[in-house]
Design a protein around this ligand. Structure first.
Ligand code: FAD
Length: 307
């Protein structure tokens, strides 16, 4: 069954588009790794690559530097994440202006987590944008044409129910959002149900699944617990006993992510956003399986074998 499914990926690749998410590096060593990753993934021609932004502007300079380098040194289209925690509207507008002046036309608008960490009560800045919807509005007013926002297939932990969650997504669309990117999830039924809920509420923008290859199961499980994403027992079972076996861990992670992505492809999904964690290998392998190939690879494949 799997062989049959895998063998037809290259045809499907023509109608699939991918985007990659990076975080701004903190040290020279991390910076070198990010550029290695960028160079490895660039030939896959993602529709854009996004760079995260620390809540409270904690990565303002680093995010700007990373985005600027992408613009100057690659053919990639960058999208700057922006948060509005602990910042006045004027401060956020200034940051938007700086990115626009740099040539950035795509943004990912987020509220950000409370200054006291995930789970603490959120207090908007008294003169600030209160949430992702208001930030999307600010970007739209500055003429930004491409505004991504967040979506939560298992609902945001602060949403009391799905209706509230979808209402927030609707407010984002009304304020100019053009695409939603989801929090990572491991149960594709959750994603599908969420998209159905959004469509029923009259939300027709793309809701792109955010895929997190499990580079480190323990870290992912901890993080998932904090941001309200469910880690199914079957997933824990697959990584059980692999803490000290990075090679097998990576092979299992590739298989798990490929399975998830291929199943979404079967369900008709054509756009994917990968949380790369600034690492190329797993994302590159998964893209290969869904027919997203570097140009040179395709050219090689078309060259008949020498007689
Ligand atoms: P919102 O969608 O604005 O709000 C989340 C929920 O809070 C709403 O669904 C609603 O239940 C409630 N809420 C908000 N405002 C109101 C209101 N006025 N009245 C009633 N209820 C309200 N974090 C970073 O710090 N930097 C990043 O770069 C970053 N990138 C991300 C990228 C993606 C694709 C995703 C999914 C998340 C990202 N995050 C990032 C995490 C994000 O900041 C957190 O999940 C944060 O807790 C919520 O931000 P948001 O924009 O989704 O919030």
């Amino acid at each position: 069954m799997n062989q049959f499914r895998f063998s037809r990926r290259p045809d499907i690749g023509d109608r699939i588009s991918v985007s990659f998410e990076f975080f701004p590096p903190k040290t020279d060593k991390m910076e070198a790794r990010l550029w290695e990753t960028t160079k490895r993934l660039e030939p896959l021609q993602p529709s854009f690559v996004s760079v995260t932004y620390g809540a409270g502007g904690s990565t303002r300079e680093r995010t700007a530097r990373t985005v600027e380098r992408i613009l100057k040194e690659t053919d990639l289209v960058p999208a700057a994440h922006l948060t509005c925690v602990d910042a006045s509207r004027d401060e956020v507008d200034e940051v938007i202006g700086e990115f626009v002046a740099m040539g950035v036309r795509r943004f990912v608008a987020l509220r950000g987590d409370p200054a006291d960490g995930v789970g603490a009560a959120y207090q908007p800045h008294p003169q600030g944008y209160a949430n992702g919807a208001e930030l999307a509005g600010a970007l739209s007013r500055q003429g930004v044409p491409d505004i991504s926002v967040s979506a939560y297939p298992e609902k945001h932990p602060e949403s009391p129910d799905f209706a509230t969650d979808i209402d927030m997504l609707k407010r984002k669309v009304d304020n100019g959002a053009t695409r939603a990117i989801t929090q990572f999830f491991f149960d594709n039924d959750d994603y599908e149900r969420y998209v159905e809920r959004a469509r029923r509420a009259g939300i027709y923008m793309p809701i792109v699944p955010g895929i997190l290859p499990v580079h480190n199961f323990t870290q992912v499980a901890n993080f998932a617990g904090r941001c309200g994403a469910h880690v199914p027992d079957w997933l824990a079972e697959r990584f059980d006993g692999l803490d000290n076996d990075p090679q097998t861990h990576e092979l299992v992670a590739a298989a798990v992510a490929a399975e998830q992505v291929l199943d979404l492809v079967e369900r008709g999904v054509t756009d994917f956003h990968f949380y790369t964690m600034n690492r190329a290998s797993l994302v590159f392998a998964i893209c290969h399986m869904i027919g997203i190939r570097a140009e040179t690879e395709e050219a090689d494949a078309e060259t008949p074998a020498a007689a």
